[in-house]
Design a protein around this ligand. Structure first.
Ligand SMILES: *Cc1c(COP(=O)(O)O)cnc(C)c1O
Length: 400
């Protein structure tokens, strides 16, 4: 089969970049000392704060999500500090490792690959830190490998219940602009994100939001280095300090366009509702496929309780190697690339063939999601993968 038409990269980042964002970037190098670039930057800061629902501060780095982690880390910690990491998948572990690499000792609460954070365990761990050595509680809002969505407000409540002074730092790289997130209302002190998922801009920008309290605490950090130090990056009237060197010129024009779409035109709350609807259609389809799939395929959503699921990405279990066979078929024959089962491989399945991830994040709409589901159905038919019927009707009904 020859695949024509536009290819759809349905992996959980990088996500689809809107033509409007690409076109905004397609220009000659701008002057970095005056002019349009200087004019758009204050509004970008304003809209980034609206996106995170905070009145506090944001810093922009030329970095991906791993860089955003390190930006936050170096401002939050000093050598010899301790952290409490709440791990619900590979990315939670990744942030813990990047903190550990600085010489910070990290206590982990690992909730496995199919469950959210249990706030009671967080409160208990903090209560037993009687000397107050833990400086920061680290968590992912959504862990993109398992597709679990954690209750951030419940973790804040657990910290307060324990009467512990630790800061709460949250990774929203997979969820910002997709899932409901309220930085100030939920009492989040530090939040990190990157440009290439819900923010619909090519990889290359990392962001750290921080409250006054976190900024004050950060002033004592002995890990701060000239590039990562957030101190001078938060005041957009001081253009030359904002980027620690040359500004990410074209990315800023792209980001301006994506924030126009997400924050100023659609609106953050409408974007949350759109993601919820599309996720509901994906879940309905996999539920139907999973009924009557027989033992050979055993199709099932990785996170059982819908209230603990991401609205941006869905991790699905298949009997190995069917997930890989299906992804390969759909890519070659239907013009859709689905996500690999990153970090999900159990022992004996090193390739992660028993899982795949379906993205519904960022610049996506009903026909893209229904088309992707239709392509999966065609792939299962072509490969003879046993599956329940009526999935597409149920997905359509979920969107009706
Ligand atoms: C994608 C992602 C990361 C890593 O981001 P990179 O840009 O690939 O470094 C970290 N955390 C979460 C939750 C993510 O989804």
């Amino acid at each position: 089969m020859t695949v024509t038409g536009r290819h759809y990269l349905a992996i959980p980042g990088p996500s689809v970049v809107p033509d409007r964002v690409l076109n905004a970037m397609h220009r000659a190098s701008p002057d970095i000392y005056s002019g349009e670039l200087h004019e758009i930057v204050p509004g970008i800061y304003e809209d980034l704060k609206r996106l995170a629902r905070t009145r506090h501060h944001v810093a922009i780095y030329i970095a991906n999500g791993h860089g955003a982690w390190e930006a936050a880390n170096t401002n939050m910690f000093s050598p010899g500090d301790q952290a409490l990491a709440l791990v619900t998948g590979r990315f939670g572990e990744g942030w813990a490792l990047s903190v550990e690499a600085l010489g910070v000792s990290v206590q982990r609460l690992n909730f496995g690959k199919q469950a959210p954070v249990d706030a009671d365990q967080v409160a208990a761990a903090l209560q037993s830190d009687t000397e107050g050595k833990i400086k920061v509680v680290l968590m992912s809002h959504v862990d993109t490998t398992t597709s679990v969505r954690n209750d951030v407000a419940a973790v804040r409540a657990a910290i307060d219940r324990a009467g512990h002074p630790a800061l709460l730092a949250v990774d929203c790289i997979a969820s910002l602009g997709c899932d409901v997130f309220e930085m100030d209302l939920w009492g989040v002190d530090v939040m990190v994100c990157a440009s290439q998922k819900g923010m619909m801009t090519p990889p290359g920008l990392g962001f750290v939001w921080m409250t006054d309290k976190a900024k004050k605490a950060g002033a004592r950090s002995r890990w701060r280095t000239p590039y990562w130090d957030w101190t001078l990056r938060t005041d957009p009237s001081q253009f030359y300090h904002l980027f620690g060197g040359t500004a990410p010129t074209h990315h800023l024009f792209g980001l301006r366009a994506s924030l126009d779409m997400l924050v100023r035109e659609e609106g953050v709350e409408a974007a949350w509702r759109r993601h919820q609807r599309l996720a509901g259609a994906v879940w309905a389809a996999f539920d139907a496929w999973g009924e009557g799939d027989g033992k050979r395929s055993s199709i099932g959503l990785n996170i059982a309780d819908p209230s603990n699921r991401s609205h941006a990405v869905t991790t699905v279990k298949f009997s190995a190697p069917l997930a890989t066979d299906l992804r390969t078929w759909v890519k070659a024959n239907a013009g859709v690339t689905l996500g690999i089962g990153l970090g999900m491989a159990p022992d004996g399945d090193p390739a992660g063939d028993g899982f795949m991830r379906v993205a519904h994040m960022g610049h996506v709409n009903t026909h893209m999601t229904l088309g992707m589901l239709g392509a999966i159905e065609a792939g299962m038919a072509a490969l003879g993968i046993p599956h329940g019927s009526g999935a597409l009707e149920r997905a359509a009904a979920a969107l009706a």
